[in-house]
Design a protein around this ligand. Structure first.
Ligand code: HEC
Length: 167
């Protein structure tokens, strides 16, 4: 009788344990399922996904759309505008010092130094011709001394400055 009792107890007890194990696994599976469905904000990719979803609403209702577009257009226009060297300065001395002196002060690369003897022959040319050569480049001198952002006028005033120095 007692052995029969034990057998029944062990059988019920085992069933209970197995049942609890199955229950545990189900709970874990359920928890994982819920976790995957929730939009938690703790991962960057989820944050980014939610930002994306909110974007059209934020853009439309925040009143920023027009301004953002205008700023973008202004930035594009500024980028398209040709950049003029030295803020468009027409100070021949300043331009010479920054764009021309590197070669012409020291006679680098065969550049005529800023003394009259080096310019013998060249001074026979008209100022217009000298300016045109400085703009287009001549011999080892690149166009505009390599400063493509110099305007024609800026090259002209720096040539004028050079010619003044030679007098
Ligand atoms: C990379 C060096 C270099 C720079 C920078 C440079 N030059 Fe020259 N330049 C030369 C050389 C070399 C010559 C002589 C070219 C030749 O006659 O073969 C020359 C010649 C000239 C001449 C005489 C052109 C002629 O018809 O004889 C003028 C004017 C002149 N440069 C102006 C300028 C001005 C203005 C700048 C600055 C905007 C400038 N250069 C920057 C190298 C340079």
């Amino acid at each position: 009788m007692s052995a029969e009792h034990d057998r029944i107890f062990i059988k019920n007890f085992s069933l209970t344990i197995v049942g609890l194990m199955i229950f545990t696994v189900l709970i874990i599976a359920l928890a994982i399922g819920i976790h995957n469905r929730l939009e938690l904000s703790d991962t960057p990719s989820r944050d980014a996904a939610r930002q994306d979803r909110l974007q059209p609403f934020a853009g439309v209702y925040a009143g920023e759309t027009g301004r953002a577009a205008a700023e973008e257009a202004a930035a594009a226009a500024a980028a398209a505008e040709p950049q003029v060297a030295f803020d468009g300065s027409l100070d021949g001395g300043l331009i010479y010092e920054r764009a021309c002196a590197s070669c012409h002060d020291g006679g680098i690369a065969g550049a005529p130094e800023m003394e009259a003897s080096a310019w013998a022959g060249r001074l026979d040319k008209s100022k217009e011709e000298l300016v045109a050569n400085a703009i287009n480049g001549i011999g080892a001198m690149p166009p505009r001394g390599g400063r493509r952002d110099l305007s024609d006028e800026q090259v002209e005033v720096s040539v004028a400055y050079m010619l003044d120095m030679l007098e």
